[in-house]
Each structure stands twice: as C-alpha cells, then as structure tokens.
Design a protein. Structure first.
Lengths: 164, 417
C-alpha cells in the first residue's frame, strides 16, 4: 500500500478537542465530522484538504478523549496517513481499528514542512520526502496491528476470526 | 508482578505477564456513553452477532449531552435507549437515574477491586481508584467487546509514584494529581500504568482517590491504579455483593520508574490554559479575573467535593458578574447534598444547580463560554475550545480553589476567604 500527498504540518500535543470539538459530536455522520475537522485550530483545513494529503504531527498526536470521531473525521477528510513523532494511546488504537494508517518517525517529521510532497509505503514503513529528497524508515508496527490492517480493520478481523 | 500486571494476567488466563506482552483479556464491565455508544452500536450490528456477550456486564450511561441538548443529541440518546431495550442491557441509566458515568458506576457497585473494566471514554481510568484495571478505548473496540466480551491489550510498564509527607491545609487529591501532571507532563506516562502509593495515599478517601485516578489519562497513561485497602473495602461492601479480589504488587515487582513526591511541599494548584500540565501554585493566579466557575464532572462532582466547596461558600456570596454552576455527579449525591444543606449553601451564595451531567466540561451544554471568557473548573481538561469558544480559557482547580475563586471573582486560594 503506497500513498503520496501534500503535507499539513501540526505541532506537539494535538488533542482530540481541536481535531473535532465536542459541539460536533452530537452526530455519527462522518461527512459532518470531516467538514468540521480542526475547525478551531486550522479553519482552512476542511476546505483545503485533498484526497491523499498527509498530516505530519509532533509528539503525543491525538491526546485527550477516546472519541473515535477524531480519526474518523481525519480519514473521511481524505488524509491518507498521519506521520507523527509519537501518538497518544487511544488515538493510536482507534486509528488502526478504523483503518487510518499512521506511522511514527521523528526524523521524517523534523524534516517536513507545510506543503512538502511525501510518499510512504505503509507496509514497509518507508517514507520519502520528495520535496527535500530525503528517505526515512518509520518505527515498525506490532504484528497483531499488521494483521488487523491486513484484515481491513478490527471489525473485519473479528469476522474472519469467527469464521476460522 | 505489579498490580496492573497481576490483574491482566488473571483475566487472560496466564500465570505471568510482562510489559509488552499482548493479551486477550476477559472484560468484567464494558461502558459507553451517549457520544461513543452510537458508533459502537453500529460496529456491533456490523459484526452481526445475535446477542451481546453478557447483558449484565455492559453499562450504558447517557451523560454527555443528556438531558438532550438538541435534536441530533436526542437522536443519539434514542439510539442508545432502543439498543439497551432490545438487548435487555441491565445497567442502562435513564434520565432520573443517570449521572456522570464515572460517578455512577462505583456508586452502584458495578466496579470492585480486581475487576477489568473497559470503557469507551478516556476517563474510564477513574476505576483504578478501586484497585481495578480500567482503561479507555474507542467505539470500534467497544462494539467488538459488546459482541465478544474480550479485548486485546498490551501489558503496560508501570510507573510507581510515592506520595510522602503531611498535606498542607486545603490540599486534596486534585492538587496532588495536578502537581504530578506538572512533574510528568502530558505524555510523561504514555502507554504506562501509574501506581499511586505512599503514606499520603493510604489516608485519602475514595472520592479523592477517584479524582486522582481520573486524571491518569492526562499524562497519557493507560491506567492509574491504587492498591485496595480497608477504605476501598468499606466503600465496596455497602454497594456490591460480589467478592472483591485485593491485588497487591509483589515486593520484587519491576517498575519502569519510581517517582517520589514530597507532598508536604504541595500548595493548592491551578493548571493554566491550554494544557493540564501547565501547573502553578494557585497563589500565582491572583491576577486572573474570571467569568464563570464550574464545580462538577467525573473529576470533582462527588459528595466530598460538594461538601468542601459548600463549606467555604457558606455565609458568603459569589462575586458580582461571576456565574457559579454546580452539577452534582449523580441523583444520590444530589439528594444527600440537599439533606446536608449543601445545596442551600450553594443557592444562598448565588450559585445555580444543574442536573447530573457532564455539562460544560467538554463544551456540551449548561455553561458554554463566549470568546475571551475565563472559567475556573474542577474538571480535567483545559484544551483550546474545550468549554466553548476557541478564544475562551479554562483553569483547572480543586473544589476548594473553585469556591474561593467564585467568591473573589478571580483565581483565589481558600485561605483568602
């Protein structure tokens, strides 16, 4: 699985309240979630984001609440992968469960600027910043998580487990 | 093994586990609220099981946007109510019985020492106060748990935090956990368990322990846990007929870090905007003029919290221009607060009392902030826009500091009134 897209750069400790403020949690419609992603922090995000774009974040991306609306809003907005220095625990888990790819690479984050063109191989963890002409390798993901991704998310994984 | 490792091992059918081990564990109680349950219900239906894994081991608490704040919220609450009815969910709490989920579950005896609790809410870690393993997940995990009763967990390393010394006047569990936030930082315990221990902890009431465990997630922790003792067992025996399993750490248990805190040095604390680890002594907030004070939430909406605040407010008035909003955490707490004259003290001081609900804590309803407004809140998060407009500010404080601040109209310490 390869992706390629333009970087939206964020800082450290991007919390789930700024990813999707609670006033938009009264619905389960993913399109409404996506239309309001980062509305307080980056009002230009929801209109400007294009399918395939990449979010680059700092430390502790997705900290705060357990709202799955946060990764859902990002995925529905068209983001193909989040590359961060580190992720908060529940956000990390939720992203895998809903099939939003995430990669950890401190070096790739530090070299990336807003608007850079990034290529990533989601299986090998290879990241190429085409604008800067630099290559990185993301931290490997646990085998179990890889199985979940290959199944297409936790629901599909459970369905397969039931059949076997 | 540590307390956390032992509880995980027991629920995964293993004699021994170590940090990093991936386990499939049996869930004793699964929890969701009116924000997370609707998505979890969709997942459950997609999996296609005929029934939930155990109708007595699921708790559904509508508390975030309930009593329904608008039409979309009403639809979400309805979806949850119908699901609870269809599958005969025993622990569904309708308006009238409902309160803040993390206040309700311990109060009803639904969590006891040794349990493994998974909730689709990040503050599920509150139940670590009872000597249970408790952590938050998202809605997909919850949908799968409602179907299977099992959860995948990675065994976390444990950070042991030892609180020593005598507490200064007005210093409570909230000040201890805020101070620890300042020491560890918002990702200082990422993916870890925090074990709260030491002579200070042994003397704390259950309400104070719950305040502390509640905010373990604010340092990124998977769970926060206390060893169950006489105080825990006294609390539980009035509420549950199940037999508690008291789990103690082995003398040779391996910890990732041991942090010593000299609690005698800790003064009443305040977390400035916009991060729970932006902590200073409350005495440094005297220039911070306020518009609103909120007393409530899963952090500080319990009886002891209301008692402390009302005790300070008795015979005094809320400063002109300040809105003091009090939401008791549960109907039972509300009723007891009426009996003890706590509600009278709040009303006489000029507070307004709202229904048990999460309310303004997450910017839901019952006290949203306008741009430029400042609120001292007994809740757990002060992120940008958390309680309303992105240009508003939230200061996290204890019930005592909240009460003093309401009287003086600015961040204030209890000894000032």
């Amino acid at each position: 699985m390869n992706i390629e897209g333009k970087v939206w750069k964020f800082g450290d400790n991007i919390d789930t309240d700024v990813i999707i403020p609670a006033r938009f949690l009264n619905v389960s419609d993913k399109k409404i979630m996506a239309a309001n992603a980062f509305s307080d922090l980056r009002p230009d995000f929801a209109k400007g984001v294009r399918s395939g774009d990449v979010i680059v974040g700092g430390n502790n991306f997705g900290c705060g609440s357990s709202r799955e609306h946060a990764p859902l809003a990002i995925k529905e907005a068209g983001i193909s992968v989040i590359i961060a220095k580190s992720f908060a625990r529940i956000f990390y888990r939720n992203s895998f469960n809903i099939g939003l790819p995430i990669l950890e690479s401190r070096e790739a984050v530090e070299s990336a600027d807003e608007g850079d063109q990034i290529y990533a191989d989601l299986v090998t963890g290879e990241i190429i910043n085409r604008t800067k002409d630099k290559r990185f390798t993301a931290k490997p993901i646990p085998d179990f998580m890889r199985d979940v991704i290959q199944a297409g998310g936790l629901v599909e994984y459970i369905k397969k487990e039931k059949q076997s | 093994m540590t307390i956390t490792e032992k509880i995980l091992a027991a629920h995964a059918g293993k004699d021994h586990v170590k940090p990093g081990d991936l386990l499939q564990a049996d869930v004793d109680m699964a929890l969701a609220n009116d924000i997370t349950a609707p998505l979890a219900i969709k997942v459950f239906e997609e999996i296609g099981r005929d029934d939930v894994f155990d109708r007595e081991k699921i708790a559904l608490v509508p508390d975030h946007f309930v009593p329904n704040k608008d039409i979309p919220s009403a639809h979400q609450a309805k979806m949850m109510r119908e699901f609870a009815g269809k599958y005969g969910i025993k622990n569904y709490f309708e308006v009238g019985q409902m309160g803040v989920e993390h206040v309700i579950l311990p109060e009803k005896g639904l969590v006891i020492p040794g349990d493994l609790v998974i909730g689709a809410d990040s503050h599920t870690c509150t139940y670590g106060a009872l000597g249970a393993f408790a952590t938050g997940v998202g809605s997909t995990d919850m949908g799968v748990i409602m179907a299977t009763g099992k959860v995948w967990l990675k065994t976390p390393p444990t950070i042991k935090v030892i609180f020593e010394g005598e507490l200064q006047p007005w210093v409570c569990g909230k000040d201890l956990i805020l101070y620890l936030m300042g020491v560890l930082g918002v990702e200082g315990a990422n993916y870890c368990a925090i074990e709260f221990t030491g002579p200070v902890i042994k003397k704390l009431t259950m309400d104070q322990r719950m305040t502390m465990a509640n905010m373990a997630i604010e340092c990124g922790a998977k769970n926060g846990i206390f060893e169950a003792d006489e105080i825990t067992l006294d609390y539980v025996k009035e509420r549950s007929s199940r037999r508690p399993v008291v789990v103690k750490a082995d003398p040779d248990a391996a910890y990732e870090r041991v942090v010593h805190i000299d609690a005698a040095k800790i003064k009443p604390q305040v977390a400035f905007p916009h991060s729970p680890d932006n902590v200073r002594p409350a005495s440094e907030g005297r220039d911070v003029k306020l518009d609103q004070v909120f007393i409530g939430s899963c952090t500080n909406g319990r009886l002891e919290d209301l008692r402390i605040a009302a005790g300070l407010l008795k015979g005094k008035s809320v400063a002109k221009g300040i809105r003091l909003i009090v939401l008791p955490g549960s109907p039972l707490i509300y009723k007891q607060a009426i009996k003890e004259g706590i509600i009278d003290a709040f009303l006489d001081a000029g507070a307004t009392i709202g229904p048990p609900s999460c309310g303004p804590c997450l910017g839901g309803h019952l006290g949203i902030l306008a741009d430029g407004e400042r609120c001292a809140s007994t809740s757990n998060r002060n992120f940008i826009g958390r309680m309303g407009d992105p240009r508003s500010e939230v200061y996290l404080v204890s019930p005592a500091v909240a009460a003093a601040s309401a009287v003086l109209g600015r961040i204030a310490t209890p000894d000032e009134i």
